[in-house]
Design a protein around this ligand. Structure first.
Ligand code: CAA
Length: 397
């Protein structure tokens, strides 16, 4: 029986994906020198070379606006009815950071905006919610914007796993990059592996416990994915993992491979994940954005044609929630990529010496509502200008 057009399942997924990161960076060699430890611990042991560091006039809003503006430059605003902002470094207890982005990039008032939080996982929830909205009305498009800055205390074990980035995605029917498949496997467990109480600007973490919690949750999500009728291990061309540090992705990949009856060597794991890690090695942890930074890295760098290939996305947010799902790379996807733009943005960062990094790290906003102006430092399209009357001020550069 030939398929009737109306019986063809509609594909929904990521049409365009743009990244943004900070003005500054810190080579982890500087951190190793400062603490007198072997740089191989960072470069090999945790798999990170450089981390992005925000200028004092940058934050999650300026990075998110930068990435979103580039999506709109290419695609316009037609059909966009929703902006879902995912973050765990929120700037306000009430107002969504996405509303500031909405204004900065000039979205129409007929776009609803909301912020989602569940540690590094919420961008994946946002993507699935976007798919649901579009399934209900395929004429609508959704912006999913993930933006985070990963900050730990100076001298803590997490310090080498900081970073910052935003990933903006245009989600729609008949996407250009990746069609999101059904089913998804999910896993939730109440665990205190990583958290940030309201009164702190840096996260608290049980480092070793968080690695165990990640592996346990991602394994649970994978097993649920299989139980829901998902594709088997062999059907995946590549898997993009949440990467708090790239070595964590290697640990997770090996864990899922073993659960699936395989026993890859470290070299095989490194080879299988190499293209998904290129940006993350240079940016560091970007929390909610991280797994989508990994997806951009894979698509921007994979030499062979990925058309029709199934890519796995393994998302983890401490606390904890994990999700595993697949997506199929779409014909003509290369025309939608932004590899040169992304590489240029990462290379353009201004390298800090250790002293300047420490000064920036210690610079925090006044908490008493007094007027405050940031230094003009970043060279991105948008800047955080300061605070007045308890309000955050943003402007175009
Ligand atoms: N050469 C090569 N490798 C070296 C080395 C050297 N000279 N010195 C140490 N190493 C290796 C170690 O053997 C170890 O490897 P394995 O994990 O494979 O055993 C690795 O480097 C790290 O060494 P340590 O365990 O001694 O490092 P540490 O105690 O300083 O802490 C960490 C590492 C726990 C990851 C810490 O960086 C941390 O707390 N990070 C923040 C928490 C985090 O990212 N957790 C990840 C899961 S939670 C999550 O994913 C959510 C999120 O985004 C936060």
């Amino acid at each position: 029986m030939p398929h009737k057009e109306s019986e063809m399942p509609m594909s929904i997924g990521i049409h365009d994906l743009a990244l943004a990161t900070s003005h500054h960076s810190l080579d982890l060699g500087n951190l190793a020198d400062h603490y007198g430890i072997d740089p191989a611990k960072f470069r090999v042991g945790i798999g990170q070379d450089v981390m992005s560091v925000l200028a004092s006039d940058e934050d999650i809003v300026t990075m998110a606006a930068d990435a979103t503006a580039r999506i709109l430059e290419r695609n316009g605003t037609d059909g966009i009815r929703t902006l879902l902002f995912a973050t765990e470094s929120g700037i306000d207890q009430s107002k969504s950071a996405g509303v500031y982005v909405h204004k900065l990039v000039g979205l129409p008032s007929t776009v609803r905006v909301v912020e989602l939080k569940q540690a590094c996982y919420s961008a994946t929830a946002a993507l699935q919610f976007a798919v649901g909205l579009i399934a209900r009305d395929p004429s609508q498009k959704v912006l999913v914007v993930a933006s985070d800055v990963a900050r730990y205390d100076l001298g803590s074990s997490g310090e080498s796993t900081q970073g910052a980035a935003a990933a903006a995605m245009l989600v729609q029917a008949d996407p250009g990059l990746l069609a999101v498949e059904v089913p998804a496997g999910v896993f939730t467990e109440d665990v205190m592996d990583f958290w940030r109480p309201n009164y702190r600007s840096t996260a608290l973490v049980d480092g070793k416990g968080s690695i165990k919690a990640y592996l346990n949750a991602i394994g649970g999500a994978w097993q649920d994915y299989l139980a829901q009728g998902g594709a088997s291990w062999e059907d995946f061309e590549a898997i993009c993992y949440h990467q708090p540090f790239t070595k964590m992705a290697s640990k997770a990949h090996r864990h899922l491979a073993v659960l699936s009856g395989h026993n890859p060597t470290p070299d095989e794991v490194a080879h299988q994940l190499e293209d998904t890690m290129r940006y993350n090695r240079l940016i560091g942890n970007s929390y909610t954005a991280s797994v989508y930074v990994a997806l951009a890295s894979l698509l921007d760098h994979h030499e062979g044609d990925l058309t029709g290939s199934r890519i796995g996305l393994a998302s983890y947010g401490s606390g904890s929630v994990a999700e595993f799902f697949g997506g199929v790379v779409q014909p003509g996807y290369r025309a939608h990529l932004r590899g040169e733009e992304h590489r240029a943005m990462i290379e353009a960062r201004v390298a800090l010496d250790h002293t300047s990094y420490e000064v920036l790290h210690k610079t925090t906003l006044p908490e008493d509502g007094r007027e405050y102006q940031t230094n003009r430092e970043g060279t991105g399209a948008f800047r955080f200008a300061g605070m007045r009357d308890h309000q955050r001020l943003y402007e175009r550069s």
